[in-house]
Design a protein around this ligand. Sequence first.
Ligand SMILES: O=C(CO)COP(=O)(O)O
Length: 251
Amino acid sequence: MARTRRPLIAGNWKMNGLKADALALASGIADGVRQTGWTDREVLICPPATLVMAVAEAVKGSGVLVGGQNCHAKPSGAHTGDIAAEMLRDCGAACVIVGHSERRTDCGETDADVRAKAEAACRAGLLPIVCIGETLAEQEAGMTFSVLANQLKGSVPAGATAAKLVVAYEPVWAIGTGKTPTIAEVAAAHAHIRKVLDGLMPDAAGVRLLYGGSVKASNAAELLAAGDVDGALVGGASLKVDEFLAIAKAV
Ligand SMILES: O=C(CO)COP(=O)(O)O
């Protein structure tokens, strides 16, 4: 059956990559995508902020999209060390990840912060990828669905529409651990997310929902085939050309 939502395979490089290796990685991915001529899926790479401009240049014309990993809510001002969504856009980015659990933990980002960042992304013409997910303790306490609902209600931008929102479900306990939920659990979480979104926006059926957390070439096909999964947000496995392209092929 044809998919109604265009799958998105996104690589989050996190705090990895010096210029030479990062450009080789970006060029390798761009070459691979160029050879396939894919029009039925989107491939996105999100390098560290220092490399957004160079990576955008390196993948130009390949169809590969480039994104940031965070942005400030304001367009400019006295915010030392921060980067505005407009600046990412100016460097060639098309998307930005907001509310990743590592930022929620490391930087104390709240749902309200994440919403403000997602709204900033939309203001700047970037597609926000809003990350949500439960911790291990929350999962063990049977709170997964309520945590996801609260995060969505708190962090989805006001007036969101499907064309201007991607949601990534990343169970915190699955990130970088090699552990993943069962396929049934992924499908149930994604169905729940779509149901919650349905109460928050007019066209929730069109929103792309990505799964993230220990996605690799060997498990991508079954995770991507799960109900309501429209792509993946990939960490460690996005740092190897062949592994990342294999995940994109698995759609
Ligand atoms: O956090 C992630 C992507 O944003 C997932 O990381 P891993 O794929 O390394 O588990």
